[in-house]
Design a protein around this ligand. Sequence first.
Ligand code: GLN
Length: 456
Amino acid sequence: YLGRLRRTEPDLKSFLYVSSDEAVLKQAEEIDRKIGNGEQLGPLAGVLVAVKDNICTADMPSTAGSKILEYYRPPYDATCVKKLRENGAIIVGKTNMDEFGMGSTTEGSAYQVTANPWDLTRVPGGSSGGSAAAVSARQCVVSLGSDTGGSVRQPASFCGVVGLKPTYGRVSRYGLVAYASSLDVIGCLGSSVADTGIFLQAISGHDKFDSTSSKQVIPDFTSQFTSVDDMESKPLRGLRVGVIRETLEDGVDSTVVSSLQYAASHLEDLGCTISEVSFPSFSLGLPAYYILASSESSSNLARYDGVRFGNQISVDGLSSLYGNSRAQGFGAEVKLRILMGTYALSAGYYDAYYKRAQQVRTLVQEGFKAALDENDILISPAAPSVAYKIDEKKNDPLAMYAGDIMTVNVNLAGLPALVLPCGFAEGGSSGLPIGVQMIGAAFDEEKLLRIGHVFE
Ligand code: GLN
């Protein structure tokens, strides 16, 4: 893995920081030693993991893709990182991302643009583009991402890997740099459903440092991953799958629609009953998401004042210290979000925007509830298109936001969703991957993993 990482990294630029070979090999040798002594090892012993740069690591920088955190070295590990280390994982480095998670291409990083391993002229998706590209190019085994509105699932789709967004609260957010706290979750990327499930097992659970982390029992996700030899016996018999009609309408690439239809027929062959479900509030989720995410971010990012947090640009006087630190530390997209959020929360506009967006959030939650009362899982594309060219949407934020239509509703409702490859479109030298999104009921990752494992 290290050799491949070193060879491919100059083209891909998935990492903002890579551990030294010595540091990685030392940990690997330590595991060898334990094996030699017959010691009990954790389930991730020796597994090379990459971590998105908005997740705190005590021994590596954690910039969240922003200049304002360029010199930040967290004094602690995020809870999920701590758990990974306890399970024997080796953290190989920190992956590139759109600044603070705000973006869908990874072009919004203050440091570098990551390329899609399937076609170096295209974006890997975002904001966890570095984490998805790293798994796709086998620079690591699995990686951590974060998903506020699709940032694990859309890059998984663009890079042809598996992306799992857990239920809100399944994984502690302690040590995750906050973007929009009511939507943020830490998620897993891997090259198979089983890998992401084993990975999720290691990082799940209540944490006293995150009061929104859940005390729900954590099932044994790995029990799903027995081999499925006999496809003729319809291993998914009896499961009801709803195809969300509104996700296959105008504005969705025809290759994406046909891949989704293929996915539905494959599920039917495996024994599922397929039906179409209507989700009337589906298209309302996107504007509501952008109001809520911007509002929460404008509040969360207030802490970067150059005093307590953030690189300090020191000048005369306190208010110019705040002003200069923020003006020079934040990139354009982050400033746009702070402005939108501050506007939406301001006294005269609160009812028209923030409050209305919260009402839409309730509608979306009810829409999912109705659809999931009738079905075990729902399916949709993970994105309306395949990976597009670098620079194509760079100066058109609204076009970029529109690409999040398939994923944001799931965050508004806090549900778990799994994205896995289901087809290819023409492009690049060997085609461009397309992913299917499977959405489940809250805390039912188990079912998603079982279906996904049989599906792949
Ligand atoms: N693209 C979306 C945004 O910019 C989602 C990002 C994310 O999930 N972090 O807000």
